[in-house]
Design a protein around this ligand. Structure first.
Ligand SMILES: [Zn+2]
Ligand SMILES: [Zn+2]
Length: 407
C-alpha cells in the first residue's frame, strides 16, 4: 500500500491555514473531483482522499492530534464524551454521497422544482448501559450541508444581488400556451431559468455556487435522558441539512443505541444479573452486595435460607430509571449455587455426619456397621477416596464411620 499523503498536501493548503481557507480549498477540490463531474479514472480515489483530509483538518481536535502525533486519533484517543459519527442511517439515509449530490445540484434536475427546504438527517449514537442509566451528554461530529459562511446563506457574492426572475416574474412557474385543433392548451411548468425559485442571483457566491449552503463538518451536543431505550430518537431541530439560500433547515434525528452490558441484562426497565452463593450459604441464607448500575451504587441482595439454584431475588427500585420519572425498575438477582471446594477435613466430616444422619431411618442409629453389605461398604469407601484425592495428600478417607447408608 502506498503511504498516505499528507493531508495539507492533499488540500494544497499551508500548515497554518485557517478553517475558512481549508474549507474553501476542500470545496474547490471536491467540486472538481466529484465522480459525477470528473471523468478521470482515479477521480473517485482522489475524491475520497480529499474528503478524508477535510474530515481531519476541519475538526480542531483531530487536526491538533494530526499535527502533534501524525494521527488524528491522537496518542490515546478522544475523551469519552466525544463521539465521531461517520455512521449515518442506512436505507434512505444521508451519507457523504448524498450530501454532495444535493450540493452539486442532484436535487435540482432540469424541469423539476428545486427543493429548497433542508432535509432531515439521521445519525446513530451508541452509548453504554451505564450511560443510559445515568443520562449523558455527548458531542457528536457529522457532516451536513450547513449555511454558507462566506455569503451568510444568501448565495450571493459580495456586491451580487438577488432579483426576481425575469422569465417567470418571480412566480417560479411558466405557462405555455399551445394552439391545437381543439383550441388553446395551457401547460404550467417549473421555470427553467430559476428552477422554480422565482429569484436569480447575478453574482453567485463562489464557495457555495449560489446555493447558500455548503458541506461542513460540525459538532452538536446531544443530551441523552436517563432511562433511554435502544431505538429511541432525539430530535435536534435545525441541525439537519440547511435549506437553499436561507430556507428552513431540516432536523437532526439522533437514534440512540444502548450497547449490551456484561453485568446486566435489561428487560424493559428491569435489570437481571446473577449472584453466586455456595451451597452452604444457600442452605442458611446470606447477604450478597454487588455494584449497581449507577456509579458508586452498592446493592444488597438478600438470599433467603433454602434458596434454590436459579431462584430470583427481586431488589425493588434498583433497576433502570423510568424515562422522565423519578421511579426505577427492579433489579432481579438470579441465584447460582456453587459447591464449595475449599472445605477443611473437619468441615467435610461434619457435613458427612449430617448427610449420614439424614440418611438413617428413625431408630436405625443404634445399628451396628456389620449390617452394611460388602458392596455398599466398597461403594462408600471408593467415593470417599475420590474426595480424599481431591484434597491434600495424606488425608485418609473415613471408612464409613456412620453406619448403614440408605440409597
Ligand atoms: Zn455562499
Ligand atoms: Zn423563473
Amino acid at each position: 500500500m502506498e503511504p498516505k499523503r499528507d493531508y495539507y498536501e492533499v488540500l494544497e493548503v499551508p500548515r497554518d491555514a485557517d478553517a475558512k481557507t481549508i474549507k474553501r480549498a476542500f470545496l474547490k477540490k471536491a467540486r472538481k473531483l466529484h465522480p459525477d463531474v470528473c471523468n478521470e479514472p482515479d477521480a473517485e480515489e482522489r475524491f475520497k482522499e480529499v474528503n478524508e483530509a477535510y474530515s481531519v483538518l476541519s475538526d480542531d481536535q483531530k487536526r491538533a492530534n494530526y499535527d502533534r502525533y501524525g494521527d488524528p486519533a491522537g496518542p490515546a484517543g478522544f475523551g469519552s464524551d466525544y463521539v465521531d459519527v461517520s455512521d449515518i442511517f442506512g436505507g434512505g439515509g444521508f451519507g457523504f454521497g448524498d450530501i454532495f449530490d444535493s450540493f452539486f445540484g442532484g436535487a435540482g434536475r432540469a424541469g423539476q422544482a428545486q427543493r429548497t427546504r433542508g432535509r432531515d438527517m439521521g445519525i446513530r449514537l451508541s452509548i453504554t448501559l451505564e450511560e443510559a442509566a445515568a443520562g449523558c451528554r455527548k458531542t457528536v461530529a457529522y457532516t451536513r450541508l450547513a449555511p454558507c459562511e462566506d455569503c451568510g446563506g444568501t448565495g450571493a457574492a459580495e456586491g451580487g444581488r438577488t432579483h426576481a426572475c425575469e422569465r417567470c416574474h418571480g412566480t417560479g412557474r411558466v405557462v405555455e400556451v399551445q394552439r391545437t385543433i381543439f383550441g388553446q392548451m395551457q401547460t404550467q411548468t417549473t421555470c427553467p431559468v430559476c428552477h422554480g425559485q422565482g429569484q436569480v442571483i447575478d453574482h453567485p457566491c463562489e464557495t457555495c455556487d449560489g446555493q447558500g449552503r455548503a458541506p461542513s463538518r460540525e459538532k452538536v451536543e446531544v443530551q441523552v435522558p436517563a432511562g433511554v431505550h435502544s431505538g429511541q430518537t432525539i430530535t435536534i431541530s435545525g441541525k439537519g441539512e440547511a435549506g437553499v439560500r436561507g430556507d428552513a433547515s431540516g432536523d437532526l434525528v439522533v437514534s440512540v443505541e444502548v450497547s449490551e452490558s456484561s453485568r446486566f441484562e435489561r428487560r424493559g426497565d428491569d435489570l437481571y444479573c446473577t449472584v453466586q452463593v455456595d451451597a452452604l450459604q444457600a442452605i442458611v441464607g446470606t447477604t450478597v452486595t454487588i455494584d449497581g448500575i449507577m456509579e458508586g451504587e452498592r446493592v444488597t441482595v438478600e438470599v433467603p435460607a433454602g434458596c434454590q439454584f436459579g431462584q430470583q431475588v427481586v431488589v425493588e427500585r434498583r433497576g433502570m430509571p423510568r424515562m422522565g420519572m423519578i421511579a426505577r425498575g427492579n433489579l432481579v438477582a438470579v441465584v447460582q449455587v456453587e459447591t464449595p471446594r475449599d472445605l477443611t477435613k473437619k468441615q467435610i466430616l461434619d457435613i458427612a455426619s449430617i448427610v449420614a444422619e439424614r440418611s438413617l431411618e428413625p431408630g436405625d442409629a443404634a445399628d451396628a456397621p456389620d449390617d452394611v453389605s460388602p458392596e455398599e461398604r466398597e461403594g462408600f469407601s471408593a467415593a470417599a477416596e475420590n474426595v480424599a484425592e481431591h484434597f491434600a495428600k495424606g488425608w485418609r478417607a473415613p471408612k464409613n464411620p456412620f453406619g448403614k447408608g440408605r440409597r
